[in-house]
Design a protein around this ligand. Structure first.
Ligand code: CIR
Length: 252
């Protein structure tokens, strides 16, 4: 059960963030509107949401998921894998330190929160262009102290592990074809995401509600069988910046 979330408002420079999407130039007024709808949705699900101000010089900083991994016991501050994002992690510390003990990943370890998937007490840590073995090891050692287990998962497709695999409750993962037969994930019920809808694998499970990006009808249809309330949000502008629903908050 989540009680709180931390988010950050996109800055006026957000279009200068890192992207590979080729979906065109995002629009500032529209991302502000979509971000506000996201915050409002989390609040409607009972979360107390803190909205931090834009972080000048860090156009990707509203993707707060990447700068920390938060559990009920500890907040692990990451060392982001993209050089342009290194520094964002410092700015999240006060908001988290108000609630939890803090630990930090040290370079040369790098890790992005988007690579970290938690299912019950088991972490899966994507080894990707952003997260290296050293970062994963440091992270694993920190959370092992609190009784979590972890294992690495090679990310050969997509930006982060959670660009392709997300837990949606009921022992079920929403998963793209590239990861479908991965042994580490084969023990879960798996809902295969249509390759044309890979973006929708980044669906956010909050207190037995599912927030899914609008415009992916097959995925929506496939998750209805879980019997949870489904909320669709328009994510067009974040998608242009390679970001999804999980990326825009830290939940705990
Ligand atoms: C980046 O490339 O770092 C950002 N433009 C997108 C980060 C998305 N974050 C996430 O999936 N957790």
């Amino acid at each position: 059960m989540f009680h709180r979330a931390i988010t950050r408002t996109p800055g006026i420079d957000f279009a200068q963030g890192i992207t590979t999407s080729e979906l065109g130039k995002p629009e500032y007024n529209l991302i502000l509107k979509q971000h506000a709808a996201y915050v409002q949705t989390l609040r409607s699900l009972g979360l107390e949401v803190e909205v931090l101000p834009p972080l000048p010089g860090y156009p990707d900083a509203y993707f707060v998921e990447d700068v920390a991994i938060v559990t009920p016991e500890i907040a692990v501050i990451t060392y982001p894998g993209a050089p342009a994002r290194q520094g964002e992690q410092v700015a999240i510390v006060p908001a988290l330190a108000a609630h939890l003990p803090i630990a930090s990943i040290q370079p040369p370890g790098t890790i992005d929160g988007g690579d970290v998937l938690l299912i019950n007490r088991q972490f899966y840590v994507g080894i990707s262009d952003r997260t290296n073995e050293e970062g994963a090891q440091q992270f694993g050692a920190l959370v092992a102290r609190h009784g979590y287990t972890w294992m690495p998962v090679k990310v050969a497709a997509g930006l982060h592990l959670k660009s392709s695999v997300n837990y949606v409750g009921q022992n079920t993962v929403l998963i793209t074809p590239e990861f479908y037969n991965h042994l580490a994930l084969a023990s879960y019920e798996r809902i295969l995401v249509d390759p044309a809808e890979a973006y929708a694998s980044n669906t956010l499970w909050i207190n037995d509600h599912l927030i899914t990006p609008a415009g992916f009808p097959n995925t929506r249809q496939n998750i209805t069988r879980l019997g949870m309330t489904i909320i669709e949000l328009d994510m067009s502008e974040a998608q242009k910046m390679d970001g999804g629903l999980t990326c825009m908050s830290l939940r705990f």
